[in-house]
Every structure is written in structure tokens, then in C-alpha cells.
Design a protein around this ligand. Structure first.
Ligand code: FE2
Ligand code: FE2
Length: 300
């Protein structure tokens, strides 16, 4: 008999049991190296973070940053999550039949959050949720509050940096382990930038106590009802089950490239919008346009 309590732990246990312990432990070392690289990356201390908190960005700047962020990640986040769920099928030839279900189940907890479900039962003892509470529509409500009309939304021409982030994630869709890795980086990016964006948005007069900024951040943040740290941990666990020693170099490479793209994105937002930015003064993580073009062929 099985219990329906504690679904995250049940999924984790099932995934661990699907491969030999020695391989799980070796893979855990690999993912832990990836986490260290992420945590040490200059993105964590990007100068725009403190500027967002300090209120130097006016309404125009906050509007522009949101339109850029929307194209870079918000529009396709659940596409990527859905592709990760689908591509668990790549486990099938290597692992026992059915081994793809536990990570798919685990990724579903992330998807439920993204689609506007909440833990608990409704008055009919059924799931609680509403698609209008899904994260992408909630982001559109932030754009409403920022007075960005539908013409402006559809006419927005994303910067090269925003386009590159979009296409880099999209380019990973055929590889299960690549999507997991980029999604884990994306969750980290959300954990780093969401509180700062929330503050900057509040400082131009928008209510951030409910909606998009209420559901992003970490479980330890008292101001939010968010679980992006759990999402990130679950993505690493799925990678622990899925990856192979030979994948190490590729995963290190795409982690760094995607981090570079995010850093470059925030550099661009800063130099375009910040009255404090000195375009030539920051050289911590440059990415040339030649390098950006090379990224196009990464997944081909
Ligand atoms: Fe989200
Ligand atoms: Fe998340």
C-alpha cells in the first residue's frame, strides 16, 4: 500500500530508487558543481539589483524592463516545463519501464504552481486553482497596472539580449537534461531578481502585495507565497536521476552560457534605463555579439 502524503518526498525516493546509489551520488556531485558555478557567478551581485531596490528606475524604465523580461522568459517558461515533462521519455531506453513518471510527477508540482493551482482542497473537496492565477496571466496583469497597452505589447521589439535568452532556452527543448539545467538556472535567476523587480515595481506606485510578485521568490520569504527554491531543488533532483558522467562538460558549458546571457540581459537593461549606469565602466562579464551569434548553433 502507498501513501498519498508528502508527494515531493515520494517522487524523490522513487527517482533515487530507479538508479544505483553509486550513480546517484556521482551525479549529485556533478549537479553540486553546477550549483557552485551558478552561486559564484557575477549575476548574483549584478549592480542593477541594488539599483532596482533604490528606486532609480522611473515608470518608463520599469515598463521597458518588464516587456524585455516577458520575452526573455515569462512567455515560454511553461513551454519549457512542458517540454521537460515530455522529454522524460528520454529516460525510457536506459531505465526501467515507468521510470520517467516520477520526475514527470515532480515537475508537475512546479507546473501546478505555474498554472495557478494552490495546495489544499476546495469546498467540494476537489483541487483548488484558477487559470487566471497562473503566473503568465498574472504577469500580464502587472503590465496592465504599468499601463502598457496591447498595441505596445505586440509591437515591442525585444533587444538582442532578450531574443537570445528566449531562443537559447527554446533551443534546448529536444534535450531533457539541457532543459532541466536551463530551467534550474532560470529558477535561480527568478530567486535573485524577483525580489528586486518587485521592489522597483512597488516604487513606481504598483501594488505588489498580490499577483505575480506574490508568487515568486523563495519559501523562506515572508512577503510571498512562493516556492522557486523548491522548484530549483526538484530540477536538480531530476537531473541527478537523468544525467551521465559524459554529460558533465555539456552541462557545465550550457550553464555558463545561459548565465552569461542573463548577465548580458541585465547589463543591457541597466545601460538602457539607469541614470546611474556608465556603459564602459562594467567589464565583469562581457559577451560579444560574435559570441552571441555562436550561441545560435549550440543545440543544432
Ligand atoms: Fe512562475
Ligand atoms: Fe518557480
Amino acid at each position: 500500500m502507498y501513501t498519498l502524503n508528502d508527494p515531493r518526498q515520494q517522487a524523490l525516493r522513487t527517482m533515487r530508487a530507479s538508479i544505483p546509489t553509486s550513480i546517484w551520488n556521482r551525479n549529485e556531485e556533478l549537479t553540486s558543481n553546477l550549483k557552485t558555478r551558478i552561486n559564484k557567478h557575477p549575476l548574483n551581485t549584478h549592480p542593477i539589483i541594488s539599483e532596482l531596490y533604490s528606486g532609480v528606475y522611473d515608470l518608463n524604465a520599469i515598463q521597458s524592463i518588464h516587456l524585455e523580461y516577458r520575452h526573455a522568459i515569462v512567455k515560454l517558461f511553461t513551454d519549457a516545463l512542458g517540454m521537460a515533462q515530455f522529454q522524460t521519455r528520454q529516460l525510457e531506453p536506459r531505465l526501467a519501464p515507468g521510470a520517467k513518471i516520477a520526475p514527470r510527477f515532480l515537475l508537475t508540482l512546479n507546473a501546478l504552481d505555474e498554472y495557478g493551482f494552490q495546495p489544499g482542497l476546495d469546498s467540494k473537496k476537489y483541487y483548488r486553482g484558477n487559470p487566471n492565477a497562473a503566473h503568465y496571466p498574472l504577469f500580464e496583469r502587472v503590465l496592465d497596472d504599468l499601463k502598457i497597452d496591447s498595441t505596445e505589447r505586440s509591437n515591442h521589439k525585444p533587444s538582442i539580449q532578450s531574443q537570445k535568452l528566449h531562443s537559447y532556452l527554446e533551443g534546448s527543448f529536444s534535450s531533457y537534461i539541457s532543459i532541466l539545467t536551463l530551467l534550474a538556472v532560470a529558477e535561480t535567476q527568478v530567486i535573485i531578481f524577483s525580489p528586486a523587480l518587485r521592489k522597483a515595481t512597488e516604487l513606481v506606485g504598483i501594488n505588489v502585495d498580490e499577483g505575480y510578485y506574490q508568487v515568486h521568490g523563495t519559501t523562506s520569504d515572508k512577503d510571498t507565497n512562493a516556492a522557486d527554491d523548491d522548484h530549483e531543488d526538484d530540477l536538480w533532483s531530476a537531473l541527478n536521476q537523468a544525467c551521465h558522467e559524459d554529460d558533465n562538460e555539456h552541462l557545465q558549458h550550457i550553464t555558463l552560457e545561459y548565465l552569461h546571457l542573463w548577465n548580458s540581459f541585465w547589463d543591457a537593461q541597466r545601460s538602457k534605463n539607469s541614470p546611474l549606469s556608465r556603459p564602459a565602466s562594467r567589464k565583469s562579464d562581457p559577451i560579444s555579439s560574435k559570441k552571441l551569434r555562436e550561441l545560435d548553433v549550440m543545440f543544432s
